[in-house]
Design a protein around this ligand. Structure first.
Ligand code: ZN
Length: 278
């Protein structure tokens, strides 16, 4: 009986992991299943440490090999390319975005981002532009938890930050890249309050991803961020940007039709910009 329950537990455990990896990375679940099949046929060994090391090595070999050698080639045929990982001016906010295959975009989006990141770095030397979620590599599956990131024509990008006191360049302090809000100042339109009053609880949800003390001395660098956004809006290939109305006004984009508000049904956009290209 005990053996049966252990087997059942294993079955549900692997099943849960497969679903989780599929949701997060698109290919991770199928790679895990492939790993389990190969492992089953490997010659048995009595040494447990050896078995563990062998299993991890096999999984990482499969995960890395498939995701970084095979998947980019297939993705390219479907019209998607990975964003750079270690380039000088454009990098992922965390390596996790890359490891989970969330950094695929259309070639046009990559071009727009490379050009803009370079332009900002030219004007403000030492600036690195950090990207967040793009889309998955194969086909147009939903990129959870987003509603829109499917085609590779949409990308979330961090604002640029600075130390409140010294003005020194800073990284976005949010662990996962989302949730470090730049709330409205007195006198600015307060959409977060309006959306909360309308009962839209999803609107402020990403705020739960950051701890109370996160980034106490970090604020948006208005000059660099406005320059970065201006550069984007001036590009023909850029269709629109989503940021909160108070930031739109603060950064001098009032009346600019490319800079929009997404409505209370999405999450807040005063912690990142959502960019869309044609
Ligand atoms: Zn987005």
């Amino acid at each position: 009986m005990r053996k049966f329950f252990l087997l059942l537990l294993k079955f549900f455990g692997w099943g849960f992991l497969t679903i989780l990896l599929t949701v997060l990375s698109q290919t991770g679940g199928i790679i895990l299943l492939l790993f389990l099949v190969i492992r089953y046929f490997l010659p048995k060994t009595q040494s447990r440490p050896l078995r563990v090391i062998r299993s991890w090595a096999l999984f990482f070999l499969l995960y890395g090999g498939i995701n970084f050698l095979l998947v980019p080639k297939i993705a390219e045929r479907g019209g998607k390319v990975p964003l750079p990982v270690f380039s000088e001016h454009l990098q992922p906010h965390r390596l996790g975005f890359v490891l989970l295959n969330r950094h695929y975009v259309t070639p046009r989006m990559r071009e727009v981002m490379l050009e803009t990141a370079e332009a900002v770095a030219r004007k403000f030397p030492g600036t690195v532009t950090y990207y967040l979620d793009g889309s998955h590599p194969l086909g147009e599956p939903r990129l959870y938890p987003h509603l829109k990131h499917k085609s590779g024509r949409k990308l979330d990008v961090c604002f640029h930050y600075q130390d409140k006191n010294s003005g020194e360049k800073q990284r976005n302090p949010a662990l996962f890249g989302y949730g470090y809000f730049a709330p409205p100042l007195p006198g600015e339109r307060d959409l977060p309050a309006e959306c909360a009053a309308a009962g839209r609880w999803i609107y402020g949800l990403t705020g739960k991803l950051v701890w109370e003390n996160t980034g106490k001395n970090t604020e948006i660098d208005p000059e660099r961020t406005a320059y970065f956004l201006r550069n984007l809006t001036e590009k023909k290939a850029v269709r629109r940007l989503f940021i909160e109305p108070h930031l739109k006004d603060r950064f001098g984009f009032s009346g600019n039709k490319k800079v929009r508000f997404h409505g209370c049904w999405a999450v807040r956009h005063d912690d990142h910009v959502h960019l869309e290209v044609n």
